[in-house]
Design a protein around this ligand. Sequence first.
Ligand SMILES: [Fe+2]
Ligand SMILES: [Fe+2]
Length: 474
Amino acid sequence: MTTTVDLNERIPNNVDLAGDRRLKRALEAWQPGFLDWWHDMGPVGHHTKEVYLRTAVSVDRKGWANFAYTRMPDYRWGIFLAEPEPDRRIAFGQHRGEPVWQEVPGEYRAPLRRLIVVQGDTEPASVEQQRQLGLTCPSLYDLRNLFQVNVEEGRHLWAMVYLLHAHFGRDGREEAEGMLERRSGDPDRPRMLGAFNERTTNWLSYYMFTFLTDRDGKYQLSSMVESGFDPLARTCQFMLTEEAHHMFVGITGLSRILQRTCELMREHDSDDVRRFGAIDLPMFQRYMNFHFSVTIDLFGSELSRNAAANYSMGLKSRYRESHIDDDHRLEHDTYAVTRPAGADFARQDEPALNALNERLRDDYVAEVEDGLARLNRTIAGYDVDFTVRLPHRGFNRKIGAYAGMHISPDGTVLSAEEWQRQAVGWLPSDSDRDYLWSIMEQPVLARGQFANWIAPPARGINEQPIDFEYVRFD
Ligand SMILES: [Fe+2]
Ligand SMILES: [Fe+2]
């Protein structure tokens, strides 16, 4: 079955909104608030007229990425669920083997709503965090990619709001309103999760965010694609398709920065690339330290009864649950978790159900390590002797067993004073931020040109040339 989406609908969708007038009216009532939010909190651009964006017109292979020039406020944010899998069964937890639910089971209403609201809240948050970046873009290509990510995060908000409106009645409608009321970094009504209240002030942060924090999104969504609540599973499935591009923007952006830095190091036979307006490798490492530490906090405490309950109820699984060879109930299994023990760390077997957050974090870190290996190959390709490393799991943590501790990137437990003394070398400083501002302040808006601190990409978007007019201005 292939459902084509009618883009002329007020809310494009493949969920037969026309057949449910009450729901359609409710979402149409939410829409103006969303557009106001986009207007107030969406990307700031240099009188951007049209952007070469992809828009989903169906969820199949041919239709999900249709490229055309689009005015951003006219972007067709829609509701798309992946096609249902006939006779799908719940793959884990107490209900393993039972048919998936099309409606929310009454007793699981609160935890399901919580999962959807927390996921939904991150989507507009990242748009808010990134809204100023267009003013300092390194090229039209990068500007277009930023805007693409932003409109899709807006669509992800629609995806979660649809579930709230369709399945959670009045509470759901109230939660949907809340999504438009909280603001990233606002002291009185912040977004729900820490990493989404940090500002993404420059393009180095942006690529770190898309490399690391969008990947957290991938892992959260992946643990919901097998949810027993089928509409959530199908929603997350389609979001994952879009998420892949966000992580592509991240890793290629970081790789292009390293490429440019290493080129200049070779050319001038010097480590001091700031003289040439590039990003030095120690600063790159400090940004990696920061973004990695705030992002792994998003996985929550090492041991969590909540995570255990969500699993047993069949709401949220492990990463690639169906590919794991065990009983998918975990009531008698253990999982090894490393935690602080005095001035050292101890690895200990814990009940597997309680350790699900840590397990998801482990899977995530393994994938980040793969990406980092790729970045380090870029550096090695220039014969530069530098390896970017992930900091120790306990470095700069605010959540879980490491919170409140002072741990260096190499995993040494320090006193608060010692940590304070050294932290300036481990985390981005005001002078790093000032420097980045100085090299990024002037946007590069001419076709085919790139800021001096980043190399051009290997290829353009959708097989267009690199000097394509990805963004048109008034
Ligand atoms: Fe997203
Ligand atoms: Fe994303």
